[in-house]
Design a protein. Structure first.
Length: 93
């Protein structure tokens, strides 16, 4: 019986592939969609750990309805309402 990889493993693998070219910025379009809350948080913890160890990487990600724990991983946030920016700034302000 052939077994593939999980959704979380696939997301982490794709992020790893993107990092091979040593980019200065990475755009992640809904990197946690289709994942359970635990795996979503795990993927975003990995992404944030990469930004801490490689200070030259900026990550821009779109995430719908993150858990409070995942939301708190971000340094800066943009919150949109009906396509308009209602907040842009440091997380926690």
């Amino acid at each position: 019986m052939a077994r593939g990889i999980s959704g979380g493993q696939a997301k982490r693998c794709n992020i790893g592939i993107a990092l091979l070219s040593d980019p200065r910025i990475i755009f992640l379009d809904e990197p946690t969609s289709g994942l359970d809350s635990y795996t979503s948080h795990e993927v975003m913890e990995l992404v944030m750990a990469l930004t801490k160890t490689h200070n030259s990487i900026t990550v821009c990600a779109t995430i719908h309805s993150p858990s409070p724990q995942t939301f708190n991983l971000f340094d800066k946030v943009i919150i949109l309402l009906r396509g308009r920016i209602v907040y842009f700034g440091d997380n926690g302000d």
